[in-house]
Write a protein that binds this ligand. Sequence first.
Ligand code: SF4
Length: 216
Amino acid sequence: MKEPTKTLQLIYGALNDHFGDLHWWPGESSIEIIIGAILTQNTAWRNVEIAINRLGRQGLLDQKKLLCVKDEILEELIKPSGYYRIKAKRLKAFIHFLFEYYHGKLDDLFDNDIDVLRSQLLRVKGIGEETADSIILYAAEKPIFVVDAYTRRILERHSLIEQGLKYGDIQKYFMNHLPADVYLFKQYHGLIVNTGKTYCTKAAKCEMCPLQILIS
Ligand code: SF4
């Protein structure tokens, strides 16, 4: 097997040629991206889109409005995203954190360096590593690599990492061997998600997958 930097460049090149520029992640504002990152936990993106559209129609893609909206109304609006009571609590927990420490200003939150921002986000109830890193990369636009289940599956299936590595170790595999570049990390994660959804499903469709080049 080639050394990690070359392997990661090979993977990126093959996927980028195949899928093209994905403009990943959808969302017109930082708060919309954050809402999406919280709602997408354990559900398909199409369900999140429905919930976000419902929030948008009520003018609730706005932190001040979210602060004031009643829990029952928020729950009802985000119902299509599943686990809506838990997710409403998580959204509210983030909003309360934002107002308690940053007067509701995302720019002030994002002024922190990555380590401080990450540790603060992880202290908000219901925000785990993948969600925190999605917020940092896609909403704050700071270079951190987002690891998801597809990332693990693809790397494990090609024996690029050991089975059962921790999130942080998989993240280091990318961050120690790629330049810290926001566009690269955004696109790379999007490419991996697309590969996982399209080809590297539970029953892998290797014969059609652009990453079959790693097998030969
Ligand atoms: S589908 Fe096959 S070739 Fe593609 S990433 Fe998964 S294991 Fe690799």
